[in-house]
Design a binder for this molecule. Sequence first.
Ligand SMILES: [Zn+2]
Length: 400
Amino acid sequence: MTDADRLASARLWAAHHYPYLASALFAIRFVSAPNIGGLAADEHFRVYVDHHEISGWTADLLGVEMVHQVGHLLRGHASRAREIGLVEDDLLHWVDSADAEINDDLVQTHVAPVDSAFPVDLGLAPSLFAEEYFVNGERRIGIRRDCGSAAHGDPRRWEEPPPMKDTDGVRKEETDLIRRRVASEILSHQRTHGSSPAGLLRWANTLLYPQVDWRRELGATLRRGVAEISGAVNYSYQRPSRRAYCSPDVILPSLRQRVPRLSVVCDTSASMNESLLTEALTEIDGLLVASGVRPDAVSVFTCDAEAGPAQLIRSASEITLVGGGGTDLTVGIDAAIRSRPRPDLVVVITDGWTPWPTSAPRGIRTLAVLLGETPPASPRWVQEVVINDMTSPTVEVEER
Ligand SMILES: [Zn+2]
């Protein structure tokens, strides 16, 4: 059997036992690398092979090693290592930590990768992240395994330069596509067979359904807006300054703290997700009360293709939805900024499928609360918070 045949049959073994990893396994390009002592990978799906070393390996060991290397690539161990800012002395301890995260998900009845760490080798429980094994794990003494830059992001002497063309290796954009494809294969394997490994399921769910805490983000943005406005010092001539006695001929402005006035422009077109809208309104309501904004300082405009009359409300949840059909928020925003007293902050709640005014209203902050999975971008002068459906179809991780 030639070296190429051995690699091909090991790859088939791997794809048979880990069918959800097939897209990643078949993206691998093998590169010969004498004296590296087994297999290693780089970030471009190139797996370096020491043919002399692996000549005595069985197909299943070679297959397990491929699955292991693909594990580093899918889980982004190289970029995670860069985020921690590894120093040279920590490189192999990080490899052990990343290995523990991967090996935890390997089928237990198969052979284990050569000299590769498991959670127990680092003195810790399974199902942790590489970062946890790295910080809290014991260091292994006398065993060194270097899986290459796919594991730690530091190119090894045997590695090829970054790919210039597609046949050289997988480039960044394609890597992202492979990851997403594998993640969705893992979730569908779980639905049909119920046997995707827990760590990979967790990874796939996080990749496909990142859950940003929009309540925290909305709260922070709104509180910042309100605080900046109410903290803004307004030099008002309406009340004479107490310093006026110093210079009786000049009327000095006095300092007054402004009560921020808010307008909420609410898209009520047919495309709006009503349950998200209710959640957003309830949240805004609570935030305004908590920020000390007086109810009479908030006016609400409902808007589809035409702005409804301004509704003055005591609570955002009192809003009456009217309209349906298409959206033109420029009308609603225009109605809000023409109202008197003029608002300091306009909060626009929409799914984003609307034209926007061509420029920022003068002296008024605009915050867009965008509802939905992938709302279109709003103009640069708008601060935005995206509210996703929190009941995304996350596949449950089964306890092992
Ligand atoms: Zn490894």
